[in-house]
Structure formats: structure tokens, C-alpha cells
Design a protein around this ligand. Sequence first.
Ligand code: CAA
Length: 291
Amino acid sequence: MTIQSVGVIGAGQMGNGIAHVFALAGYDVLLTDVSQDALDKALSLIDRNLERQVSREKISAEDKKAAMGRISTTLRLSDLGKTDLVIEAATERETVKQAIFEDLQPHLKPETILTSNTSSISITRLASRTDRPEKFMGFHFMNPVPVMQLVELIRGIATDQATFELLHEVVRKLGKTAASAEDFPAFIVNRILMPMINEAVYTLYEGVGNVKSIDESMKLGANHPMGPLELADFIGLDTCLAIMNVLHDGLADTKYRPCPLLTKYVEAGWLGRKTGRGFYDYRGETPVPTR
Ligand code: CAA
């Protein structure tokens, strides 16, 4: 089987990045979301990010035009039934993802590969609720998708070798590198990254440092491209909290308990860049630390 058409569910920050890289690599992309506004915003963001690559001479203006021409949008989830590969990149809530797969299933071709861009939820459990656990995999992209080199490939207990090899080849065609991870809570990247971010929030909570000193310490002292709190805002504090909860529940170890300050920011709706405020306030010209 070869993959030519790809359905992407969810036009948020991951979904639009995924649509971007697939279209640029020559795949026909059908992007869906529950809101027309989200689809319109995603298309204009993809246009802007492709333009950024044109201006840095990473791609040509023709590449950009061709990529934009390969992306179509729909509000009807069922339209994705005709694609060869579906990538679910909806909200990081298991009930939402399960409902999407349930709604989509009756419309799918028998050979379509189903994947989820979940950053932490069990692939085996998601797969077990579908009619094709052997054709189901975790397909985890990193943010910003057009820039980050890695894609985690996560096999559920029933995923067959042919599905794994097919997706491995797709990652190669995208010009990215695959890392294979076993299906345990948060896989590899987030198993390591999120406890570090959570520890940075504890460092803030306990007054060991403030937002600026914590981020500067890790940027200048450990050569991280972003400080952990800046990175948390970039990923989304709700996503960080959801992943910590998956680690805490799934591994039953108190070392993964989410910092109460992280919970408080999420309860306030201060979710980071996407809501204009998190550990930094982004509403002015330059980000201002909130602590
Ligand atoms: N689309 C296309 N290109 C983009 C882009 C986007 N959305 N965002 C940035 N770029 C490009 C820029 O054009 C620039 O390209 P050149 O190198 O060709 O000049 C390059 O990326 C660097 O961008 P900037 O100069 O604007 O900014 P920067 O040097 O500060 O880098 C960054 C920005 C790449 C985001 C960098 O800060 C970084 O690597 N941060 C860490 C990101 C990270 O850790 N991501 C993983 C998060 S974890 C995750 O995603 C998993 C999960 O499940 C939560």
C-alpha cells in the first residue's frame, strides 16, 4: 500500500503544522475541525509559516504555492473516510479522541491507517476501541512541526509490522527522523521533558527562582533553546498538566505529581501563548514574566 492522501483531524497548533509538512512533502491533505474559524485561521497560519520558509530560502515560492494547493478543508469528519492515512490531532482528552474515532470508523476504507498524535495517551487503549488495532499507531510530532526533526512512532500491542514500516517510510519522505517508542505513559520525549518542566514550576512555586532566573539558568546554563517555563507556555499549560496527570495516574509514582502552581495557572485559563498569558504575559510588545 502507498499513502497519497492524508486526513488531519484538528486544526490547532499541531494539526496545522502536520498539514503543512505533509503538503510540502507532496501529499494531498484534507484538514478538518469542528469550527470553520479554526480552519480559516489554520490556513492563514500555514501560509505565513510557509512564507517564512520561502524568505529564509528553505523552499521556493513555487513549493509554497504547490503545498497550499494540496490542502483542502472540511467541516465533515466523514469526508476523511476516503483518505489513506488519518492523523488525529484533536484535544488531548481521551474521551474526545475516542468519540472522534467512533464517528469516523463507519466511513473509513478498510485499508486506511489510523494514527493519533497524542502526546501521552495509551495507543493500545485507543486502538482497542477501533475496528483496526493492527492498523493503528501513535504518530507523535513535536512543536513547531515544520522545524522539529523528530517523530515518535509508537506501536500499540496489536500494531502490525507492515503498519510500522509504512509509517517509518512516510517519516522518511517528510525529511524527518523517526524514533520508535514503546507504548507506556508519555512515551520517550514527554516522559523526560514534562517532569523537567514540572520541576521548573516547583522551583518557581517554592521561590527558588523567578520566571526570568529559571529560564535564563536553563538557557545559558544548559544550552536549551528555550527556558522550561517559556517552553511550557509554548506547548500549552493545559497540555503540560494533562501529560503530568497521565504520568501520575499511569505510573502511580508520586514523583510525577503535578505542581499545584501549574494547576492554578490552568484553572485561571492562563494556558500560555495561545491564551495570551501563562508564565509570561504576551499581550504587550514583549513577553513579561507573571512572577
Ligand atoms: N514554521 C516554519 N518555520 C518555523 C516555525 C514554524 N512554525 N517556527 C520557527 N520556524 C523557523 C524559523 O523560520 C527559523 O528558520 P531558520 O533556522 O531557517 O532561520 C527557525 O525555525 C528558528 O526560528 P526563530 O529564529 O524564529 O526562533 P528561534 O531561533 O528562537 O527558534 C524554536 C525557535 C525553533 C521554536 C526554538 O526556540 C526551539 O527549538 N525551541 C524548543 C522547541 C521544543 O522543545 N519543542 C518540543 C516541544 S515538546 C513537544 O512538542 C511534544 C509534546 O507532545 C508536548
